[in-house]
Design a protein. Structure first.
Ligand code: SF4
Length: 311
């Protein structure tokens, strides 16, 4: 992973939930079925429900081979990025290829909106962890938060996730993003809890704004309030990032080490690092400046900006 010509893979990054994760991004930036108000990647520029081979499967597999043949010390390969990975018609082929040739855990972060389609569900069967999101269980809240493609129907989406849970042999974590003022009323939480009980996930994760969302009006929620909301979902176990219990799940490496391990494999700009490590640009810049002084890193300038690499 010492070159900087990767097109589809990124990281490895320290994921709060999954440990050291090699990301795989197989749809073009902001190609998605939704346009969520809280999306940290900005507005959806290509809203679609049409599955296709957005990037060549052979190219993704060749890049994965190049990386995985070096047996990198990663915990998981995660299909995620800045769009909806199940829009790629070849995701199943790529997952199956990794499973047949390497021994890594595979996770898929999806918005779950296409799981009502049998072929989409079957493409994910060989993953180990699937994390679909469901931010609303009423049409009103769904439209306000997720601003879906007009072809999508919420009822079908909930049924699709539930059907997938029945068929899938791995771990299914249902992620719910709380947008205060929209999906945190008693009525909305009751509807979400009913949907969660119907889906029957292994766990629920309650998320909240941590980095700037697409719309500035989206507010965060404090952990104590989320702990109250968690009661709606009982007896399903609920994880809340930021709580002491959740931190126990985290693999905590000092930020300096995480930066070094990333740029050792892939030279990155401050913005790349800040994004992948979920940190502030300024903080990352300060750490890199210190490392420059210590002679641990160097940089080179390219059209996209200043890239740092380990010496
Ligand atoms: S589903 Fe994910 S990528 Fe798509 S708009 Fe919502 S948060 Fe962003």
């Amino acid at each position: 992973m010492s070159n900087h010509t990767l097109q589809y893979c990124f990281g490895p990054v320290q994921s709060r939930r999954l440990g050291v994760s090699l990301g795989v991004d197989i749809v073009p930036h902001k190609t998605c079925t939704l346009n969520c108000v809280y999306c940290e990647c900005g507005k959806t520029t290509h809203i679609t429900t049409k599955a296709q081979e957005y990037v060549p499967v052979a190219g993704v597999i060749a890049e994965l081979d190049k990386i995985l043949s070096q047996q990198p010390a990663i915990d998981v390969i995660t299909f995620s990025g800045s769009g909806e990975p199940t829009l790629h018609s070849g995701i199943g082929t790529i997952i199956d290829y990794i499973k047949s040739n390497y021994r890594y855990t595979i996770a898929v972060l999806t918005n779950g909106t296409l799981l009502w389609q049998k072929d989409v569900r079957s493409r994910l069967y060989n993953a180990d962890i699937v994390i679909p999101s469901l931010d609303a269980a009423t049409e009103h809240a769904f439209k306000k938060i997720c601003r879906p493609s007009p072809e999508l129907q919420l009822e079908k989406i909930i049924e699709g996730i539930a059907q997938f849970k029945k068929e899938f042999k791995g771990l299914l974590i249902l992620e719910i993003f709380i947008v205060p003022g929209i999906n945190n009323t008693t009525e909305e939480l009751n509807a979400l809890a009913d949907a969660a009980h119907f889906i029957n996930p292994d766990r629920v994760q309650l998320n909240y704004l941590d980095r700037p969302g697409t719309e500035k009006w989206v507010q965060s929620v404090d952990v104590k309030t989320l702990q109250q909301y968690a009661l709606y979902f009982a007896p399903i176990p609920v994880d809340i990032p930021g709580t002491p219990e959740y931190r126990l799940l985290e693999l905590r490496l000092p930020l300096e080490e995480m930066i070094l391990s990333t740029i050792e494999r892939r030279p990155s700009t401050v913005e790349d690092l800040a994004y992948s490590l979920s940190k502030d640009n300024l903080l990352v810049q300060q750490i890199l400046d210190e490392m420059l002084k210590q002679g641990v890193v160097e940089y080179f300038d390219e059209a996209r900006g200043r890239f740092y690499k380990k010496i």
